[in-house]
Design a protein around this ligand. Sequence first.
Ligand SMILES: C[S@@+](CC[C@H](N)C(=O)[O-])C[C@H]1O[C@@H](n2cnc3c(N)ncnc32)[C@H](O)[C@@H]1O
Length: 351
Amino acid sequence: MASHSWLMLERESPRHRLPDDLRAGDPMGGRDCGWVEQMLPFVRQFSRPGDTVFDPFAGFGTTLLAARLENRLASGCEVDAGRIDLIRERLTRHGLLSGTTLLHGSCDALDDGALPPFDLCLANVPYFGCRWPGTPSTAQLYDSQSYAQHLEGLRHVFYRVRSGLREGGACIAMVQNIRLGDRVLPLAFDLARILGSLFVMEEERVLVYPHESEEEKDSADARTDRRHEYGLVFRKQRERIDLKATAALLDALRAQGHAFTLLGSFARFLQGPQDTQGTPPADADIRVDPDPQRLNALLHWLRDQGFALTSWGDPVPLPLHFDSYRGRYYFRADRIDSAGALVRLDICYEQ
Ligand SMILES: C[S@@+](CC[C@H](N)C(=O)[O-])C[C@H]1O[C@@H](n2cnc3c(N)ncnc32)[C@H](O)[C@@H]1O
């Protein structure tokens, strides 16, 4: 596993399969249930015995079961109460319920402190366009009314994941691009972009399922034979930036007459390395007036210098329609040069 970017999954072990009676009682008949065999290599590689593995979309408890089988503690959020009961029953049958924390609801709605810290986040994300037949809930992402709303919901969940994940821990999301009607939606790639705004990307794994399931035999989609998904591997860690190029950018901004106040770790770094306690800054934070005209000029200039402009992972088109960005606090400007060096500027326009 450690040396391959792909994983071939031949079959699911009958010992770990979701039992038929539990599958039959589910509103979607157990559709989208992952395999324990799919999760085990990730649990083994990205956590240690005694660590806590968290799944924000616990579903049928497949990740949680894989974690408990490997002597990790397991914790999961699930918005559907029926599935919480199902997970409890499934883990009880394995004698592995102890060491498991189940939280009913979406993790982004939990009070501070309700979500215990964890060492690894490992999840299969809910797909868009599923028409959830179970109990309705505004937090149920299977019920998202639009693709944009679905991505926004995923962003909220992973934003909360970030606060619970220990520094250096991995956040791994399993996801496919999806076909909906005549359209292909790049869900895997859009999610990678969202995760990239919260974590540092480490790699992607491709999981291949060469078997033929009943579901696929019935599939009306004869155009492709898609039996793969991505395991997107991200880390909660500080970005390494090009410090000299970042300092030069700040000088250039001043020379261009753009007014700003430098804040945080880069300001401390410029005062002297002793002020950053050996940890180099991961970006330069500047505060600017929320004046649409001046912001527009600043963002235009950065774009012309080769910076990509984003707001929480979404591209920011110019000219700037500032009203749409109220309540989003800051813009991010990233420039990666041809040697892979990164300059990152966070432009805070709200407190
Ligand atoms: C793909 S399934 C997960 C299956 C799981 N990996 C397994 O194999 O056991 C996605 C799950 O996310 C749940 N869900 C959807 N939106 C949610 C939210 N905002 N917070 C928590 N769970 C949510 C759904 O009810 C569904 O059970």
